[in-house]
Design a binder for this molecule. Structure first.
Ligand SMILES: Cc1cc2nc3c(=O)[nH]c(=O)nc-3n(C[C@H](O)[C@H](O)[C@H](O)COP(=O)(O)O)c2cc1C
Length: 296
C-alpha cells in the first residue's frame, strides 16, 4: 500500500504537544503527514474546561495552503461534558474532533474511560451519537484498541459503531492489556477493515518500514513513536532540539518542567546512535543550561 498523503501524526501525551508540533512543523510536513491528532483533553461534569489544555490546541503554523489539519481529542465517559468540550473546540475554529477509546492505563480503564469504553457499549454509543451531532456527520472520529483483554472485543462492537457516520475509526491493533508492546494483530485489523462502515486508520507499528504491506482499503496510517525517534536522526536535530528547548522555556516556568519534557523526548532519541551516548548524562542533568552544553 502506498501511504503517501495518508499519514497522520499520533497523539502522544507529553510529546506531540503544541511546542513539539510547532518546532518540528517543517519535518512533519516533509515526512508527508496529512495532519495530526492532538493528545487527549479530559471532559468531566462540573469541571471547567482547562484553558491551559485548550491553549495547546493551536493549528500548525503554516500560512501557505494546503494547511495541515489538527484534530483535537477528548477522553471522557460523559456525553454532556464532552459536548461542552466539543463546543470549545469549535469556538477555537476546529471542525473535527476525536474520542479516545484506546487509553490502556488500568486506572482509566477501570473508571470506564479510554479503552474501558469498549466494556460499556451503551456509553460508547451515547458518546458517538453526541459527537456526531455536535460536530456533524463525518467530523467526529473514534480511536480504539482491538479490545481490553481479548482482541475480539472491538469486532463484536462493530455493528453498533457502524451506525454512526464517523470521519474515521483509528485502530491501534493491540489490546489494552498489551499496553504499547508486543505484536500488533494485523489479521484482526484486516477483519475490522473489512467490516467497518467507516474509513479505517491503522495504528501500532513502531517501525516505519513495515507500513508498505498494509492491506488495500486502509484510509490512513497513524504513526507516533517511530516518527519521533526518526526526528532524532535528522541532520538538523541538534538545532531543532535547541529550538524546542527555547520554545519550552518561554512556555514553562523554571528548569524542572523543561528538563522533564526533554527527557521524555530523549526516551525516543536514545535509540538513535547520535544521541545514545548522551542519554545517561541527559538523565542526570539538573539545569537546562547543562543540557544545552551537551548538544553539539
Ligand atoms: C507517551 C504516550 C502518550 C500517548 N498519548 C495518547 C493520547 O493522548 N491519545 C491517544 O489516543 N493515544 C495516545 N497514545 C497512543 C498513541 O497515539 C499510539 O496509539 C501508540 O503509541 C501506538 O502507535 P505508535 O507505535 O505509532 O506510536 C500515547 C502513547 C504514548 C507512548
Amino acid at each position: 500500500m502506498d501511504v503517501t498523503g495518508k499519514l497522520w501524526l499520533a497523539p502522544l501525551r507529553g510529546v506531540t504537544i503544541r511546542a513539539f508540533r510547532e518546532t518540528f512543523a517543517a519535518a512533519i510536513r516533509e515526512a508527508g503527514f496529512a495532519g495530526a491528532f492532538a493528545p487527549f483533553i479530559p471532559a468531566n461534569p462540573g469541571i471547567r474546561v482547562n484553558d491551559r489544555l485548550l491553549a495547546d490546541l493551536r493549528p500548525f503554523p503554516f500560512e501557505a495552503a494546503p494547511a495541515l489539519p489538527l484534530v483535537p481529542q477528548v477522553i471522557t465517559k460523559h456525553p454532556d461534558a464532552m459536548r461542552e468540550l466539543l463546543r470549545a473546540f469549535r469556538a477555537r475554529g476546529f471542525d473535527r474532533a476525536d474520542l479516545n477509546a484506546g487509553c490502556p492505563f488500568p486506572m482509566i480503564v477501570r473508571r470506564g474511560r479510554g479503552s474501558g469504553l469498549l466494556r460499556t457499549p451503551d456509553v460508547l454509543e451515547a458518546l458517538l451519537a453526541a459527537g456526531c451531532e455536535e460536530m456533524g456527520p463525518g467530523r467526529f472520529s473514534l480511536k480504539v484498541r482491538l479490545g481490553v483483554a481479548s482482541p475480539d472485543e472491538l469486532r463484536a462492537l462493530l455493528p453498533r459503531i457502524n451506525r454512526y457516520p464517523l470521519a474515521a475509526l483509528t485502530v491501534h491493533a493491540r489490546t489494552a492489556k498489551q499496553m504499547y508492546a508486543g505484536e500488533v494483530d494485523r489479521a484482526r485489523f484486516a477483519e475490522i477493515l473489512a467490516e467497518s462502515a467507516n474509513p479505517v486508520i491503522y495504528n501500532g507499528d513502531a517501525e516505519l518500514d513495515r507500513l508498505g504491506d498494509l492491506p488495500d482499503g486502509v484510509a490512513g496510517v497513524m504513526v507516533g513513536r517511530a516518527f519521533v525517534r526518526a526526528l532524532g536522526a535528522c541532520a538538523d536535530a541538534g538545532d531543532l532540539l535547541r529550538a524546542y528547548i527555547a520554545r519550552s522555556r518561554e512556555e514553562l516556568c523554571g528548569d524542572v518542567p523543561v528538563l522533564g519534557r526533554m527527557k521524555e523526548l530523549f526516551t525516543y532519541w536514545c535509540a538513535v546512535p547520535r544521541w545514545r551516548r548522551l542519554w545517561p548524562v541527559v538523565k542526570l542533568c539538573r539545569s537546562v543550561d547543562e543540557l544545552l552544553s551537551l548538544i553539539e
